[in-house]
Design a protein around this ligand. Structure first.
Ligand code: UD1
Length: 424
């Protein structure tokens, strides 16, 4: 397994191009199952999760070709050759469950392995299933698989009014894709408002679906009998943007983040400004300039447009370098503080009580060997390593490869002393 070695303490300076959003690209790829015409996606990040989704779609019958730079995918499912998403692929990546809605909507049946537990909480899919059964799908569970089918004698799912009891990103995406091919109107209330959902809705509209309410908590879908091919460019990755904004701040450097959009991360930028970091932006870039001293700022994770849970670990890393204390509260996942003991290895002072963590900042961080159990936790350790004096080794780099394209390259280009060590 690869590791990443960092010699910290260098203020980062330069430009980092932001990739397309992984969390938008995955549902967009699943949307290719909804049509027998080609779906062309550009600005797709080159990541391990994208490969996993490609493998899953290929075994459902997708023919997938990639442009030379790997950032444009042509996905074509002339015919669905298998309606089963096997355990081996689903267990690698929870987002695999996003094939459920499209498969049942187009093919009338889908059998998808349950994603099971996950490092950051139990993460059930009960709400995905409730929403699909509101559209008339019959759902059964057996042998670790969920099977959904359109009732005998019926050709399509039926539009319905469904209110999510809590906000779920994946659940909203699954039912949105299914509703696009259902008969009649579907109204999804308490829909997640994450920008990745509006991005999916825009692509579905380009494929011929009727959807209104983009960016709001109520999505109205006019189902159609069939969808056609389209070309769609994936929205910039707001979490990658926020992560590199923290990289600038934590190293007291200055970074210009390009190919991105400031409106995707208002809550993070607000918090950033409160710490004393200067953030300037134009249509497609954000420039982050840190001063030497930062103030501690409390954050609480919430569904969009609140502070993203996927930025919580990075924020905590930043707060270890701020003056005074900061309280970080996690409300989305019940077990998302696994980075805390690892931050302690750098000398960070973080005290967890229930869903909140108090970070007492301004400690002298020193490099350490660390490892993490999920993607965002791993990157928070890289960020801390960039700020800490001396050498840090981050193990289990495969987590980072799932969500950050060319991480070491992008950081090294801005002066970071960072390298990948193969197969340690
Ligand atoms: C997506 C993102 C992930 C992000 C999360 C929250 C992708 C590929 N992943 O994950 O990076 O951290 O949104 O912003 O886009 N829940 C249920 N039942 C369900 C579904 C969810 O109880 O059927 C719970 C989950 O356990 C969790 C909460 O709802 O506590 C939010 O989960 P959800 O929004 O569904 O996250 P994902 O779509 O899995």
């Amino acid at each position: 397994m690869d590791a990443i070695r960092i010699h910290g303490g260098v203020p980062l300076k330069g430009e980092i191009p932001i990739s397309g959003a992984k969390n938008a690209a995955l549902p967009l790829m699943a949307a290719c199952l909804l049509t027998d015409e080609p779906l062309v996606l550009s600005n797709v990040p080159a990541l391990a999760d994208i490969k996993t989704m490609s493998a899953l779609l290929q075994q459902h019958g997708a023919e997938i070709s990639r442009s030379d730079d790997g950032h444009t995918l042509n996905l074509h499912v002339g015919a669905i050759t298998s309606t089963e998403a096997p355990y081996d692929l689903v267990r690698k990546m929870r987002a695999s469950v996003l094939v459920l809605g499209p498969l049942v909507a187009r093919e009338g049946v889908a059998r998808v392995s349950l994603p099971g537990g996950c490092a950051i909480g139990t993460r059930p899919v009960d709400l995905h299933l409730k929403a699909l059964s509101a559209l008339g799908a019959e759902i059964e569970m057996a042998n670790g698989y969920v099977e959904a089918r359109i009732p005998a004698g019926q050709k399509r799912l039926k539009g319905a009014h469904f209110t999510f009891p809590m906000v779920t990103v994946g659940g909203t995406e699954n039912v949105l894709m299914a509703a696009a091919l259902a008969e009649g109107e579907t109204v999804i209330e308490n829909a997640a408002r994450e920008p990745e959902i509006a991005d999916l809705a825009e692509c579905l509209i380009a494929m011929g679906a009727g959807i209104t309410g983009l960016g709001s908590g109520t999505l109205k879908v006019q189902g159609v009998e069939s969808l056609h091919g389209a070309h769609h460019s994936v929205v910039p990755d707001r979490i990658e943007t926020g992560t590199y904004a923290v990289a600038a701040a934590i190293t007291r450097g200055k970074l210009k983040l390009t190919n991105t959009r400031v409106d995707l991360l208002d809550s993070v930028i607000d918090a950033m400004r409160q710490t004393g970091v200067e953030v300037r932006s134009d249509e497609t870039s954000i420039t982050v300039t840190a001063s030497d001293r930062l103030a501690g700022v409390d954050v609480m994770t919430e569904p969009y447009p609140g502070f993203p849970t996927d930025m919580q670990a990075q924020w905590m890393a930043l707060m270890t370098t701020a003056d005074g204390a900061a309280m970080v509260t996690e409300t989305i996942f019940e077990n998302r503080f696994m980075h805390v003991p690892e931050l302690g290895r750098f000398g960070a002072d973080v005290n967890v009580h229930g869903a909140s963590a108090i970070v007492r900042g301004k400690v002298d961080l020193t490099g350490a060997p660390v490892m993490a159990t999920d993607l965002r936790a791993s990157v928070s350790l890289v960020l801390t390593g960039l700020a800490a004096a001396g050498e840090t080794t981050v193990n289990r780099v495969y987590h980072l490869d799932r969500g950050y394209e060319r991480l070491e390259e992008k950081l090294a280009a801005c002066g970071a002393r960072i390298e990948r060590i193969k197969g340690v």
